[in-house]
Design a protein around this ligand. Structure first.
Ligand SMILES: Cc1ncc(COP(=O)(O)O)c(C=O)c1O
Length: 386
C-alpha cells in the first residue's frame, strides 16, 4: 500500500512554487517562448535557464509541477519529464555512457530498450544481456569497461524479480551506475532510490498517466545527475514533454493510489483464477506464492500492479490466436496501465527464432488487468479458455 505521504503528494501540488495560487487544477501554460518586460530581465533569465522560464523546450511551469510531484514520489532530488518513456530511457543511458563503455542488461528488458542499446553500438558502446537475474550472473558479466547496469523489476513479459539492493551494492563497489525502469511498480510500490539505485526511469504512458491517452516519460535522480541531463540530453536532444501532456499526467497522478489499489486487487483475482484453470500451465505473477521469487518480491514491493503473464498448456501461435480472438471484454493491445484490460503475446507467429533467443516460452501471454469488475474479467477469460 502507498504511504500517506505519497497520497498527499498525489493530491496536492506544491503551492509555495508561486505559480499556483489556489486553483484546484493547474493552468496549462501552452506557450513556446516566455516574454520579458526588459532586456535586463531577459539577460538575467537567459543566463540561468534552469531557474527561469525562457522557452518551453527547457522549462515550462505546467511541466515543472509534474516533475516536482514525481521527484517527491520517488524520493529523488529532481526529475525531468520527456515526450515518451523511450526518450527518458535514452536520456538516462546517454548521460551515463561514453564511447568504449559497456552496459549490462539484467534479465528480460523491454525489447525497444534492448533495440536502443543495440543502436548505441554504432557509438562504440557494447552490452551483455544476462538471462538470469541472479547476482552471480550479473557479477559474471562485469568488464573493466562496464559503466551501467540496467534493470527492470519485474522483468518484461517473464516477471522475474531482481534483488535490487544486491545489484546496487555490487555496482557501487565498482563505481558503476545503476538505472532501473520502475514503470511496473510505480513509486507507490517500489522506491528504487532508497535501495541505492542511481537513476529511475518511467514510461509515464503506463500507470502514472493511467488513462491510455498519453505518451510520456520521466527520469528521477540526484540534483547533480539531473542538472547534467537537463543541460545535455534534455535541452540538446529536445525530447521534452509538452504542457498539455504534463497536465494529463498531473491529473493521472492525483488518482494513482486509488488506481493502483484497484489494479492490484483485480490483477491478483485474475492471476488466482488462471493459476487454477486446467488449460493454463503457469502464471507469472510475483504476488502469487507459486512464483519462485515470491518471498523476495514481497520484501521488495509494497504492492503488485495489474500486469503479469501466463502460459497455456501445449500451445503455440494458433492456440493463442484462438484464445485471444474469443475475448470480448479484454482488448488486444500493446500497452498497459490503464482502466481497460489489454492482452498481448510476444508470439505473433513470425518471430519464433526471436522468442528462443530471448529465452521466452512460445505460449506466453501478457495480461494487463484494468478496472472492470473482477467477476466479468474472470468470466471473459473463462469463456476464452474453454
Ligand atoms: C517497461 C517499459 N519501459 C519503457 C517503455 C517505453 O515507454 P513509451 O512507450 O512511453 O516510450 C515501455 C513501453 O511499453 C515499457 O513497457
Amino acid at each position: 500500500m502507498s504511504s500517506s505521504n505519497d497520497q498527499h503528494i498525489c493530491l496536492r501540488m506544491k503551492e509555495e512554487s508561486g505559480y499556483i495560487v489556489s486553483a484546484a487544477a493547474p493552468p496549462i501554460y501552452e506557450t513556446a517562448p516566455f516574454f520579458f518586460n526588459s532586456y535586463d530581465h531577459y539577460s538575467e533569465a537567459a543566463n540561468d535557464e534552469k531557474t527561469h522560464y525562457v522557452y518551453s523546450r527547457g522549462k515550462n511551469p505546467t511541466v515543472q509541477i509534474v516533475e516536482e510531484m514525481l521527484a517527491g514520489l520517488e524520493g529523488g532530488e529532481a526529475c525531468k519529464c520527456f515526450a515518451s518513456g523511450m526518450a527518458a530511457v535514452s536520456a538516462a543511458l546517454m548521460c551515463s555512457l561514453a564511447a568504449g563503455d559497456h552496459v549490462i542488461l539484467v534479465g528480460h528488458i523491454y525489447e525497444t530498450t534492448v533495440s536502443l542499446i543495440k543502436y548505441l553500438t554504432k557509438f562504440n558502446i557494447s552490452y551483455t544481456i544476462v538471462h538470469s537475474t541472479s547476482i552471480s550472473s550479473v557479477a559474471g558479466a562485469l568488464k573493466p569497461q562496464t559503466r551501467v547496469i540496467l534493470m527492470e523489476s519485474p522483468t518484461s513479459f517473464t516477471f522475474d524479480i531482481v534483488n535490487i539492493p544486491e545489484v546496487a551494492e555490487l555496482a557501487k563497489s565498482k563505481g558503476i551506475r545503476t538505472i532501473i525502469d520502475n514503470s511496473w511498480a510505480t513509486p507507490l510500490f517500489l522506491k528504487p532510490l532508497e535501495y541505492g539505485v542511481d537513476i529511475v526511469v518511467h514510461s509515464a504512458s503506463k500507470y502514472l498517466g493511467g488513462h491510455n491517452d498519453l505518451v510520456a516519460g520521466a527520469v528521477i535522480s540526484s540534483q547533480h545527475i539531473m542538472d547534467r541531463i537537463y543541460e545535455e540530453e534534455y535541452e540538446l536532444i529536445g525530447g521534452s514533454l509538452g504542457p498539455f501532456e504534463a497536465w494529463l499526467l498531473i491529473r493521472g497522478l492525483r488518482t494513482l493510489p486509488l488506481r493502483m489499489d484497484a489494479h492490484q486487487k483485480n490483477g491478483l483475482a485474475a492471476a488466482r483464477f488462471l493459476s487454477e484453470h486446467p488449460a493454463v500451465a503457469k502464471v507469472n505473477h510475483p504476488g502469487l506464492p507459486s512464483h519462485p521469487q515470491h518471498e523476495l518480491a514481497s520484501t521488495q514491493f509494497k504492492g503488485y500492479s495489474g500486469l503479469f503473464s501466463f502460459e497455456l498448456k501445449d500451445s503455440g501461435y494458433e492456440e493463442i490466436r484462438q484464445m485471444v480472438n474469443k475475448l470480448q471484454l479484454i482488448r488486444i493491445g500493446v500497452s498497459w496501465g490503464s482502466a481497460e484490460s489489454q492482452i498481448i503475446s510476444p508470439n505473433y507467429g513470425y518471430n519464433q527464432q526471436d522468442l528462443k533467443k530471448q529465452h521466452m516460452p512460445e505460449s506466453l501471454i501478457r495480461l494487463a488487468v484494468g478496472h472492470e469488475p473482477a467477476e466479468l474479467l474472470i468470466q471473459d477469460l473463462n469463456n476464452a479458455l474453454s
